[in-house]
Design a protein. Structure first.
Length: 144
């Protein structure tokens, strides 16, 4: 599927609302990136995009990126150092399984927002909101 076909089927405003709601309870940051490129290794591509988006420069190193490459029908969810230190494999598998089930049923927005909500719950549990809680990264959907 082409990037544009996928992007049209995603309700970006709904995704942003879920990101903002999730981040309201945590010092963590969540980004979504939809790639125009094909990738054979979505985790590697997501990791590169994580760097490009400045996600390694957050104060607590507790960001999560949901990376989707519709042209190759793949996606990956990656987290920064602090997230990996506390996160168990079951978290990543649950997020993957939720997204995959919705994507297979062509419910792209629902798949993304469930992954955002799942990430937000983990971040709120382990990295609760502190004081003013500045938004360190944009909430909009990124593209590459």
């Amino acid at each position: 599927m082409k990037h544009t076909e996928f992007a049209v089927k995603v309700d970006a405003e709904e995704v942003v609302r879920h990101i903002q709601r999730a981040e309201a309870n945590t010092s963590g940051e969540i980004r979504v990136c939809i790639s125009r490129k094909r990738t054979r290794d979505p985790v590697r591509s997501a990791s590169r995009q994580f760097e490009k988006l400045g996600m390694t420069r957050t104060r607590h190193r507790n960001g999560i990126l949901i990376y989707i490459a519709p042209a190759s029908r793949t996606f990956a969810i990656v987290g920064d150092r602090a997230v990996h230190d506390i996160c168990e494999q079951a978290f990543w598998e649950a997020a993957r399984d939720r997204m995959q089930a919705h994507f297979r049923a062509n419910r792209y927005t629902q798949g993304i927002v469930e992954a955002v909500d799942h990430a937000g719950q983990l971040l709120a549990q382990h990295f609760p909101k502190e004081g003013e809680n500045p938004n360190e990264l944009p909430d909009s959907i990124a593209t590459e």
